[in-house]
Design a binder for this molecule. Sequence first.
Ligand code: DX5
Ligand code: ZN
Length: 234
Amino acid sequence: MTAARIRIAPSVLNADFGRLTEEVLALEAAGADAIHWDVMDGRFVPNLTIGPDVIASVRPHTSLPFEAHLMVDEPAGSLHRWVEAGCALVTVHAEACTHLHRTLGAIADLDARVGVALNPGTPPQAVSQVLGLLDHVLVMTVNPGYGGQRYLAEMEAKTSHLRRELDRSDRTIRLEVDGGISAETIMRARGAGARSFVAGSAIIRHPDGYTAGIAELRQAAGEGTSAPEDVAAA
Ligand code: DX5
Ligand code: ZN
């Protein structure tokens, strides 16, 4: 019995920023379901990456959904920027929001899909009080800030806990993992309950190119050709 199609959202963090639109188009042609933009402010995480204008410059060139992973301290003041830039899903870190419930509600008020990310040190209970606001939960399987890090298998228990909790919810809430996802780790993450997978290095640095990288992940996840299980609009 082959499993349903999974959702693959390549991270462009390690792509060639000098050819970003070409890179995104190559990922679209390679079978990506969405583009995962890693936004880093140099404060919540040590690294500093892109702003909304960069995302907006790529937006017109592709039909792929964009998801913004905001590794940004107190993101509430700039949420509209990411939506205006063309991100249909905005994911904030629970650890970065003094007023998480209010911030998630503000994303929903912008008519974007609402996501929350949890660092490896944050328990799943951090989202228990806001499940009614969520469309998406992102479990970090690395400590955020950089691509190419080692997958933290100890996050599988948290992923499974959240899988059970989301399955009890009357909302459809996607469960995504992010960090160190490769052909060697994706089946474990899927077995723990993830249905959407962010992958950077495993795709961008694949020796045989992006199409082979994405195909290898789908195959390693035991994907079938049946209808997508979790490839929503964004
Ligand atoms: C890390 C980012 C991840 C990372 C994934 O802070 O949130 O999206 O870029 O890259 P890999 O798949 O190489 O770990
Ligand atoms: Zn990310």
